[in-house]
Design a protein around this ligand. Structure first.
Ligand SMILES: *Cc1c(COP(=O)(O)O)cnc(C)c1O
Length: 371
């Protein structure tokens, strides 16, 4: 057994141990845990500094999970099951698909979009892998596959190797992405052998999941460094959550720390309308405020897209703070910068050439002044 598998075995998953180690009364969360499993790795447990801190809230079950907002929340808010042509695959967008290879995760995030099935036994079977490969082979428009949660790094190298190798035989499948929370919650999983294995399947990207700057530790930095050295471009995804990271300064620190360990912030998600997670959700204005606090104020590389994954399978919609584009017409654009200063950008006059009523084109070099 590898070290990471031993670490996983020592995780907290029952309410008695939770009570003993963290003082949460077992009875207060017994029901919740029977419906939505718990797992806290020894590594992540060490990162909890005090009751109710940002890491605690993400992994320690709460009685609030038993009080769903039945009017707005759903087991499958993104309607992934409706968009699933074969078991384990979600095909929503024209050129890319999601693949679920396992129901297991290193930790069970209490706000998880896939609370409906994570933690129950189950791994992609050879028959279903054949169906997935057949579907993608038949759909030549698919050029990108995303291994999503359950966490693909929870399966042993040999099985992941087999799945990756089957997919790599499909000529039109250009890129492979692995979505994982492993580097930030079970860093011992990132071994030299794992890096050697994934290296064979480039272009292979990884999108990691981080929600708070306290998650960026020396262990995590080391694990991400190994992946980056294996040539894996690393991105991050963050879920915006009440009392965890709904603060521009906390988010700025997280994004800067991610860049420093060679992880490029990719998405900040508005929390999904998952059953029993209303205590995590923020108002959408908060996300816009965070983007405004990042753009211009720190490296552009540190600014992710803020997205709402539209309920009922509408897909991700990126939203931006209002008021940066103040005016746009045929001649000019007026913009406002991060300091609220206003600037005029003249439109290229040559584009008017396409217009019947346009003035004769003025060659750029002959132009005397900028209008
Ligand atoms: C998020 C998601 C993707 C990938 O979206 P990108 O914006 O390309 O990262 C693909 N399919 C589904 C169903 C998704 O939810």
């Amino acid at each position: 057994m590898d070290q990471w598998q031993k670490d996983l075995k020592e995780s907290i998953h029952d309410v008695e141990t939770l009570e003993k180690v963290l003082g949460v009364p077992a009875e207060s969360v017994r029901e919740v845990v029977s419906e939505y499993p718990m797992r806290i790795t020894p590594y992540l447990l060490k990162q909890i500094k005090e009751k109710g801190d940002a890491i605690w809230k993400q992994v320690v079950p709460s009685p609030e999970e038993a009080y769903p907002d039945t009017a707005c929340e759903a087991e499958d808010p993104l309607h992934e099951e409706k968009d699933s042509p074969v078991p384990g695959l979600v095909h929503r967008y024209p050129d890319r698909v999601l693949l679920f290879v396992t129901n297991q995760c290193p930790i069970y995030c209490r706000f998880c979009t896939r609370k409906r099935f994570v933690g129950s036994p189950g791994t992609l079977t050879p028959e279903n892998l054949d169906k997935v490969v057949a579907y993608i082979t038949a759909h030549t428009e698919i050029r990108d596959i995303i291994f999503s949660g359950g966490d693909p790094l929870m399966v042993v190298d040999k099985l992941l190797d087999r799945i990756l190798s089957a997919l790599r035989k499909i000529p039109h499948l250009e890129i492979i992405r692995l979505g994982t929370r492993v580097p930030g919650s079970l860093p011992s999983r990132i071994t030299p052998a794992f890096c050697e294995m994934v290296k064979k399947y480039h272009p292979l990207y990884m999108n990691l999941h981080f929600n708070h700057p306290d998650e960026i530790t020396p262990e995590v930095s080391h694990a991400c460094g190994m992946l980056a050295d294996a040539g894996v471009p690393l991105g991050s995804q963050t879920v915006l959550m009440e009392g965890i990271n709904d603060d521009p300064q906390v988010m700025k620190q997280l994004m800067q720390k991610l860049l420093a360990i060679r992880v490029k912030p990719y998405y900040i998600y508005q929390a999904d309308l998952v059953r029993g997670t209303q205590h995590f959700r923020t108002r959408v204005e908060k996300g816009l405020e965070i983007i405004s606090a990042l753009r211009g104020h720190t490296s552009g590389m540190a600014v992710p897209h803020f997205v709402i994954d539209a309920p009922q399978g509408g897909g991700k919609v990126a939203i931006l703070p209002e008021g940066t584009l103040l005016h746009l017409d045929e001649d000019e654009v007026i913009v406002k910068n991060y300091e609220d200063k206003i600037f005029k950008y003249p439109q290229p006059q040559s584009s008017k050439a396409n217009n019947e009523n346009a003035l004769p084109v003025i060659a750029p070099l002959q132009r005397e002044s900028c209008h």
